[in-house]
Write a protein that binds this ligand. Structure first.
Ligand code: MIC
Ligand code: SF4
Length: 640
């Protein structure tokens, strides 16, 4: 039988379940990655699993998010992460080595392998023909312990690319086009598998831009075949031995099909405040711009930054614009330096900032009040930049340069001659910012700073849940809404009692106090609740404040798993119109004995009853009943 590429890789890693869409499957995970802002919790969880050393082929720990060291807290986390990596056999990528996804793509991506990462943009590695999935830290910790990763078998959406991108249209415009077509929830529980004659025109970094931002559609992952282009990329990285040709069989059947002719892709822009609010650049041309930020795991490859350098060559940026550039990795920075491109960026007036996430997650470079910021990033949720009133637009590097030069949103095709970018056949490779773990690890000392607090314990599910509706929200609530990023709050990622005080801070500053005073309760949401980041803090912090259940029209995949992992009951309205029948402040009650089938939710304030359901596997239900995944694993360990 003809199979898609995704089906082939999944079949070769499947340890449980049937590969039918919607079925629960267990996947063997070859590689894991963590980054610091989700990693501290992930390793505290790994320690709680009592496993002497990671069981994967390779596990990596990156430090790329919380880079500011305004006080001891981030530095303590970095030291903890370095110690814990050495102790348990994890490769440590030191701060300064670059953004996890870019560095992983360059140095470790392996066609045909599975990767599980505690960051939602882990699908970046799908650009080299991997099944690379983002997950909460606890799921990654369990995979590091050698257990399978369980998920719903996704539907495979074939994305057929034909033609070739015209000058000044880029990979970013391809994924913006797809977001325009299918929205921020169009990919939920799907894999976007690319094929067709157009793919050979895209380099691996361009493919990775597309698979990276497939996350914004809610997709489980995105994947390109591994072909001659992939081979050339790996050869330039000195890793040709990792290459294997991988593609879908002729005649493979996709569950859904999307066709895109690259010839027709024009420069696009996502308007505030959602990555799917996409228009043509020409439609908003002329809007004055205050800030341009180039970088992030989506658009910070050598290809991207050489393009930026070529477009900025011998020019000066507009006086009204602040331009920052953060290279994706130390390798990118070194290659830019040696080729002379870095000098072109500096000469044009760019501020070169650290090769890390930085402004993408509100760590520095917050725009001015009401400022317009054009960013080559992947998310523009309200407030994520650090300035609530800022208007953040998402664009390609080409469109970013056009705005930086003209001081207003400008169609990059107005820039004149289109430069052709040639990448070196051989990259300058220098792996000395990786620390490889010693073979004998038992004597390694792990140092914990005072901000690293033990994991809070979660109690088993009671037979009745009762409480107030603490907050009622609309569609597409992001994890940035639930627990914001930014340097102030992210420095608390290893301290749940403290970070929980910031829950819903930008949506309703009184939430945390109200939840604590009332002893917890319920949250009501619309469609796609919990889209965005994989941060499990967005489940653990509400749970710490006493949130018992979230009732929504639908959930985003990673957040749904995180709610289960920390014992919060995720419920779905059986009839979506019942969303209108609950108000903030209503008192609700539900019997949990029938969790898994239809349940009756009583609203004693309105004296009404509605039906709610849960889209959970039996395994999920056991986890929730046990009081979360750690408790469930411990129960299993006690039995064996
Ligand atoms: C993001 O882009 O939102 C982050 C910050 O990388 C998150 C991870 C986190 O919250 O630490 C993600 O994408 O998962
Ligand atoms: Fe970092 Fe931004 Fe990428 Fe998240 S999306 S990993 S914050 S660069």
């Amino acid at each position: 039988m003809s199979r898609t590429l995704s089906e082939k890789i999944i079949a070769s890693h499947r340890v449980e379940g049937k590969t039918e869409p919607g079925e629960q499957i267990g996947l063997r995970i070859d590689h894991t990655l963590t980054q610091d802002s989700t990693g501290t919790l992930a390793y505290l969880e790994f320690e709680a699993l009592n496993v002497p050393r990671v069981e994967t082929k390779l596990s990596l720990s990156f430090v790329d998010h919380n880079m500011l060291q305004n006080d001891f807290r981030n530095a303590d986390d970095h030291r903890y992460l370095q110690g814990v990596a050495a102790k348990y056999g994890v490769v440590f990528s030191r701060p300064g080595n670059g953004i996890s996804h870019q560095v992983y793509l360059e140095r470790f991506s392996t066609p045909g392998y599975t990767l599980l990462g505690s960051d939602s943009h882990t699908p970046n590695a799908g650009g080299t023909g991997m099944i690379a999935i983002g997950a909460g830290g606890l799921d990654v910790a369990v995979a590091m312990a050698g257990e399978p990763f369980y998920l719903e078998m996704p539907r495979i959406m074939g994305v057929k690319l034909s033609g070739a991108l015209p000058p000044f249209s880029s990979a970013k415009d391809v994924i913006l086009k797809i977001l325009q077509k299918i929205s921020v929830k169009g990919g939920v529980n799907k894999i976007l598998e690319y094929f067709g004659s157009g793919i050979k025109t895209l380099s691996v970094p361009e493919r990775a831009t597309i698979t990276n931002m497939g996350t914004e559609t809610g997709a489980t992952t995105s994947i390109f075949p591994s072909d001659q282009v992939t081979r050339d990329f790996l050869r330039a990285q000195g890793r040709e031995d990792k290459w294997a040709e991988l593609k879908a069989d002729d005649g493979a059947r996709y569950d859904e099909l999307l066709e895109l002719n690259l010839d027709d892709v024009e420069p696009l822009i996502a308007l505030p405040n959602s990555p799917d609010n996409v228009k043509s650049v020409s439609e908003v041309a002329g809007t004055p711009v205050d800030q341009v930020c180039i970088g992030s795991c989506t658009n910070s490859s050598l290809h991207d930054l050489k393009m930026v350098a070529a477009l900025l060559k011998d020019k000066k940026i507009s006086d009204r614009v602040s331009l920052t550039i953060s290279p994706g990795s130390r390798q990118v920075l070194q290659n830019l330096t040696e080729s002379g491109d870095l000098a072109l960026l500096i000469k044009a007036g760019a501020r070169i900032i650290e090769n890390a996430c930085g402004p993408c997650i509100g760590i520095g470079q917050a725009p001015p009040t009401d400022g317009v910021s054009l960013r080559t990033f992947n998310r523009n949720f309200k407030g994520r930049s650090g300035t609530q009133s800022a208007k953040v637009y998402l664009v390609s590097p080409e469109t970013a340069v056009a705005a930086a030069l003209r001081g207003e949103i400008t169609d990059p095709r107005k820039l004149g001659k289109y430069p052709r970018i040639a990448l070196p056949d051989q990259m300058k490779i220098d792996d000395n910012m990786f620390i490889f773990p010693p073979p004998q690890t038992s004597k390694v000392e792990v140092i914990r700073g005072p901000n690293i607090k033990p994991l809070p314990s979660v109690q088993p599910l009671p037979t009745k849940l009762a409480g107030e509706v603490l907050l009622k929200l609309g569609d597409n609530v992001s994890t940035d809404d639930i627990l914001p990023g930014g340097s102030e709050i992210m420095a608390l990622r290893s301290n749940i009692p403290e970070i929980s005080k910031y829950t819903f801070r930008n949506v309703d500053a009184a939430f945390a106090d109200r939840a604590s005073k009332t002893g917890g309760g319920f949250i009501v949401g619309g469609e796609n609740y919990g889209q965005g980041s994989s941060r499990e803090h967005a489940a653990l912090a509400p749970r710490f404040l006493g949130v018992k259940a979230v009732i929504a029209k639908s959930f985003a995949r990673i957040h749904l798993a995180n709610l289960v992992n920390f014992g919060i009951v995720p419920l779905i309205f059986a009839n979506k119109q019942d969303y209108a029948c609950i108000n903030q402040g209503d008192m609700l009650q539900i019997d949990t004995k029938t969790l898994g089938s239809s349940m009756c939710l009583k609203n004693s304030t309105r004296k009404t009853e509605i039906q709610v359901e849960s889209d959970l596997s039996d395994r999920d239900i056991d986890i929730i009943r046990a009081g979360g995944k750690l408790a469930a694993v411990r129960q299993k360990q006690a039995k064996s």
